[in-house]
Write a protein that binds this ligand. Structure first.
Ligand SMILES: Cc1ncc(COP(=O)(O)O)c(C=O)c1O
Length: 403
């Protein structure tokens, strides 16, 4: 099929639920991807945070190939060598005290498990989430997600969810009732605009959960696995949750979700109460083992911290020149640049010039590049953005701060 036929086929045969970009990607290596015409792009999306260790990392490819020849699927009602290897590695890299893992296939699934776990272990139904949160689109995860656009068409949602002001300990304290099982938050809100909480928020939340005897559930689906410069974002504030949800990059690009909990919490689930046909399949576990080995050998969190600081400084420099940029925020390689206008044009013009960027809401440019991005790539991204933002400013007749 040629480019036109591929685009037509997906348009005809898929529901119109993705804001599609008019390009057909066929190859990826490290921080670069290529379209069907051979055009190269610097990928600051990592497929929405999935390809954090880079596209088609050779060690992950090798692990997948070797496992594919041995055993691709093995239901978790049987034991498997690769699965047990992965479980050990996951428990080793996640915060101390999180000792039990439920393996699934996506971020949303990791949240579903957390919700069920909170309800079952606490014998209470209510979950508190925050305004602006994004936790996925399956019915439970959707009930915790904030955006009305995603939620309202699908009412009635799962009952006993409520949303409170984010980063606001007082509001959370007031929202807790004797029906509350847990509080679910992203350590840094991703889709909500790359919002880093004040330093006292997560430690304060931990204290509230301890004193009111409710569970702290952290959604590290986007922030986890070194993205923010620590293994998991909660480590920036020395906070350990009772349940942690991780997904996106852990298997080097293959679908995975994991809900990791304290032993007493996870032990509340009994045989048959929560299972998954594909969760923990050997081929995904093999890929994840290779990804975690790389993550440790190459100290990816440190790399994310260093490159992220470089990227952020470059964006701040650009902001002093380009009026359209309003604020730069984020940690490690999870960076947001808030703009004064919608970012849609900026995304498409950057793509035309070979740079793929995400949005977070309407007016935040979201950068989630892979660990393997190099400074030269970052410099190119900044150069392209400078040109694109200047064009936008000219179209909107904005003057630069120096004028
Ligand atoms: C913080 C967070 N939680 C949950 C999800 C849902 O993950 P998935 O799309 O894999 O179901 C996402 C996806 O973007 C996310 O960013």
């Amino acid at each position: 099929m040629d480019e036109k036929q591929i685009i037509q086929t997906e348009s005809d045969l898929m529901p119109n639920v993705y804001a599609k970009r008019p390009t057909v990607l066929v190859e990826g290596k490290g921080a670069l991807v290529w379209d069907i015409n051979g055009k190269e792009y610097i990928d600051c999306t990592s497929s929405y945070g999935v390809s954090l260790i880079g596209h088609s990392h050779p060690k992950v490819v090798k692990a997948i190939q070797a496992q594919a020849e041995k055993l691709i699927s093995c239901h978790s009602s049987f034991y498997n060598d690769k699965r047990s290897e992965l479980l050990q590695k996951l428990v080793q890299i996640t915060p101390k005290g999180l000792d039990k893992v439920f393996l699934s296939n996506s971020g949303s699934e990791s949240i579903e498990c957390a919700i069920k776990l909170a309800r079952k272990s606490m014998e209470k139904p209510e979950i508190i989430a925050v305004i602006g949160a994004y936790h996925g689109k399956t019915m439970g995860a959707l009930s915790a997600t904030w955006n009305k656009k995603y939620r309202y068409p699908f009412k009635p949602l799962v009952p006993e969810f409520k949303h409170v002001q984010p980063d606001n300990l007082k509001a959370i304290k007031e929202a807790i009732t004797d029906r509350t099982a847990g509080i679910l938050v992203e350590p840094i809100r991703g889709e909500g605009g790359i919002r880093v909480p004040p330093d006292d928020f997560l430690p304060g939340l931990r204290e509230i959960c301890n004193s009111r005897n409710i569970l702290l559930i952290l959604d590290e689906v986007q922030t986890g696995f070194g993205r923010t410069g620590k293994n998991f974002a909660c480590e920036h504030w020395n906070v350990t949750p009772d349940i942690m949800c991780i997904a996106k990059p852990i298997a080097g690009g293959l679908p995975i979700g994991a809900t990791i909990a304290k032993e007493n919490v996870m032990n509340s689930l009994k045989v048959g109460e929560h299972t998954s046909t594909f969760g923990g399949s050997p081929i995904v576990c093999a890929a994840a083992c290779a990804a975690i080995d790389l993550f440790q050998e190459e100290n990816f969190p440190r790399r994310a911290a260093n490159l992220g600081a470089y990227f952020k400084a470059k964006l701040e420099e650009l902001m002093s020149k380009r009026t359209i940029l309003k604020e730069i925020r984020g940690l490690g390689l999870m960076i947001g640049a808030e703009t004064r206008f919608e970012v849609r044009n900026i995304l498409s013009k950057s793509m035309e010039r070979g740079v793929l960027i995400l949005n977070a809401g309407r007016n935040v440019l979201r950068f989630l590049p892979p660990f393997v991005i190099e400074k030269k790539h970052i410099n190119t991204v900044i150069k392209v953005l400078d040109i694109v933002l200047e064009e936008e400013e000219n179209e909107r007749q904005l003057s630069s701060p120096s004028k």
